[in-house]
Design a protein around this ligand. Sequence first.
Ligand code: FES
Length: 162
Amino acid sequence: MDPRNRTGPSGDFRAVDGVTVRDLQPNVPVQGTLRSVRRDAWTLYPNDVIGRVWIILKKPLAGTALPVDDPTALEVFTTICPHLGCSVNLNANPSTGFTCPCHAAQYNLDGSRKNQATSVAPRGMDALEWKIEADPGDPNRQLLLVKFQSFKAGAAQKEEVK
Ligand code: FES
């Protein structure tokens, strides 16, 4: 499995790294990174990558009051494929959605499965909760926060793994 998909701390809202909210364009997916403290038996990693997400702006945010938590404004999906956990890629033509490189499951931009009858994926891409708040360090900057969760691979229903 891709080490980027290893299990990390679950359940908290975390700021998404690598994404500037005001630069998001409608229906153009952008990948962001979630970081946190991670420990293994010997080492403490203070700012390790614990997950990646695809972010899709659904409607312009200009002039929207903060915090933004309108569920129709954005969609955020974990990059982890619900089949067996590989990292789902954006297609060369972004308007055609996503493809998993491991067993070729394909997803639409809204995260739903393509070719449902024959897809190896048991469900669509897993959406994550999000909110946009003012950055406490810079009130003019919008901060995208995502609730990091992992879900059971291979299951038809979305089931959180803690
Ligand atoms: S892990 Fe994505 S299609 Fe199998």
